[in-house]
Design a protein around this ligand. Structure first.
Ligand code: MG
Length: 380
């Protein structure tokens, strides 16, 4: 700022976000490598910040925030939370600025803050607001339209809301009787203070409903590739794609040698950056001798699930000169899809010969390649 002075930031985060249906405060929802609140707090880096948190969740908030953030217990309403936080700031100079910003508005563009604070120094009270883009109707109690409002003069109030501390202190001495204003600007308006509007950036959305969670997805999907070969062993049964194929030579291996499932497991591990199947299930470990490969697949899926991954789709190519696989493909798909928790349309399997070429063509063994796409599931 051109004229640096004491600027205090208050972030009311006292709500538990029941409208989002998450079962925990929406402010603690994961957002990239932090939380919604962590992202919002980071917008005001360098300022003195006070967060009003739900009393029952103070410890969780303490852990989620940098140590230099002041934490106070929020009140029953947003209004009370801001008031509690303001009172916790003690005696401020009347020209100090108080910036109030919703915890659930993590997309505010902080480059707008300096200009807004400079304006608040001049005007005393400034809020960000968004010009209405839809036509706005005043609706009667019986759901009929009373009148159409002039859209050009309609703004939807947002935060930050910035006030001189003296004005805010005076307003809290003169709180109007019910109904309470739903924002601090309303409180000052009730005292006859002129509040100036700054147009907000279009992305300054407040996270309110469950579908808003989709706005938080920042992880890119992850791709994985797997490749495996096993040679034939006519003394063993053939397991391929999670099923037993009768009347066919089996494959040599420590486990059931299901080469298709092995390629799929390697693709899954690869996508998650977790190494390969040999590291997870060593072929000299007696506990995996003769084990069905679908057991290993389930173990890998359990780990991926624990890490928050879900499968987008998988595509596998089996290279085999023999046996003929076409009549088994659909059964393999419907067998493996539930392990990946996808519909069988997302668990594709293709089989090809190699036109008699190479070790596959000479019927020495079977090879398989797989690719999968993983995405990180939304969670808190
Ligand atoms: Mg293998």
């Amino acid at each position: 700022m051109s004229n640096p002075k004491n600027i205090q930031v208050i972030i009311p985060a006292g709500g538990v976000g029941t409208r989002m249906g998450l079962g925990y405060p929406k402010q603690l929802h994961r957002f990239g490598n932090t939380t919604v609140l962590g992202k919002t707090v980071s917008l005001f880096q360098g300022y003195s910040i006070t967060v009003a948190a739900p009393e029952a969740h103070l410890q969780a908030f303490k852990q989620a925030l940098p140590q230099d953030i002041r934490l106070v217990a929020g009140g029953a309403t947003r209004f009370d939370s801001v008031k509690n936080a303001f009172e916790a700031l003690g005696n401020l100079e009347s020209n100090d600025l108080v910036v109030i910003h919703d915890a659930a508005r993590p997309f505010f563009d902080p480059s707008q803050l300096d200009a807004a604070c400079a304006l608040a120094e001049k005007k005393g009270a400034v809020i960000f607001a968004c010009k209405a883009t839809d036509t706005v109707k005043h609706v009667n109690a019986d759901k009929t339209i009373g009148k159409t409002l002039d859209r050009d003069s309609i703004f939807l109030a947002q935060t930050p809301q910035i006030f001189k501390a003296g004005l805010l202190a005076e307003a809290y001495q003169n709180i109007p009787k019910e109904p309470l204003p739903t924002d601090e600007a309303g409180l000052l308006e009730s005292l006859g203070v002129d509040v100036t509007v700054m147009p907000s950036s279009p992305g300054n959305k407040k996270l309110t409903l469950a579908e808003d969670v989709s706005l938080l997805q920042t992880d890119l999907p992850r791709i994985g590739h797997g490749y495996d070969v096993h040679c034939f062993d006519p003394s063993r049964p053939l397991y391929l794609g999670g099923i037993h194929i009768p009347n066919a030579d089996g494959l040599l291996g420590h486990s059931d040698a299901d080469v298709l499932v092995h390629a799929l497991i390697d693709a899954l591990l690869g996508a998650a950056g977790l190494g390969d199947i040999g590291q997870w299930f060593p072929d000299n470990d007696p506990q995996y001798e003769g084990v069905r490969s679908t057991v290993l697949l389930q173990a890998v899926m359990n780990e991926l699930e624990r890490l928050g991954y879900e499968v987008g789709n998988a595509d596998v190519t089996v290279m085999a000169q023999a046996p003929k696989l076409a009549s088994h493909i659909q059964t393999m798909r419907t067998t493996l899809a539930p392990f990946l928790k996808v519909d069988s349309s997302r668990m594709n399997i293709k089989a090809t010969t190699t036109e008699g070429l190479g070790f596959v063509g000479r019927k020495e063994g079977i090879a398989a390649q797989a690719v999968v796409l993983l995405s990180r599931r939304h969670e808190g």
